[in-house]
Design a protein. Sequence first.
Length: 341
Amino acid sequence: MHTPPSVRRILRHRGAAVTTSLIAAGVLIATGGTAGATPQPTVAQVRNNLSKLNIKADKLGEQSDQVRQELASANQRLTLVNREESRYLARFNAMRAEVGKIAATAYETGTGSLNSSAALLTSGNPQQILNQSSILVELSSANNTEMRQFVAAARQLTQAQQTARRAKAAIVALRNNLSKRKKALSNLITQQQTLLAQLTPAQQVGTGPGVTGTTKPVTYTGTTKTQAGQAVAYAYSKIGDAYVWGATGPSNFDCSGLTMAAWASAGVQIPRVSYDQISSLPSVPLDALQPGDILGFAGNSHVGIYVGGNKLIDAPHSGADVELIPLSGWYAQELDAAVQP
């Protein structure tokens, strides 16, 4: 049977396609399927990913510090509220006992109209007292002052109890927030360590804070007659101490913990978190830096203390130590602001 030329061409093409598919399948089988494996990232890609992770970790770390600070403040507020609630509860109970005596006397003598509200007066629920306050005051024209004081005590206690509940709810929310941020930060640190393991120390330069400085003790020879000099001297004395997230000394620090502790040693109190340090302190021109200035990097999510000679002292990141480092590479690229306490 004669096969038309057009059909022969189709068969040849299909045969070639089948042959190609079989060859490709053979290659995959022979190589154990490695042809579909994800290609290894280049050094440049690893460096870029690590730089992004460092910035993200800094921001998350500072945000976590801020939440920790808010949590501490919330706990302090709750302590004050609890004291206030106890004081108002004592006053409420004292007034309740006093009004109870008035009601008992009225009941025994058959005078007045408080006997119909005796059950309400024995209630320890201040909100219930408030709900019926108008009735109480109206029923006791003879003891109007005591009743109004009783209602006022119930109102104060109710407000204090509501405030305490809100404070406790806020603390629970902050703790949950902090727990989530800690977990996220821990995951980021693990990713950083994995990426760092793929790079040599020389390749790590410029990917984030740290790496190129010295962590060996360095003797400070500058002045300590000024507060800035005292802050710088303190920072020098901490070179080689370990970075610990959330730490403010005396032997472990995170970045803003170090700057805060350095200036505290000179008698100057500054905010705890890097964002607050940069936003609340007087700014200085980047081309006129002086020793003691606090430098903000990467959207002010990271800070270090300038010590002169185009160098700074920094607590870089988890797994690293406080170091004296040139203001170059990542630091020069990510420098956003400078302030002088």
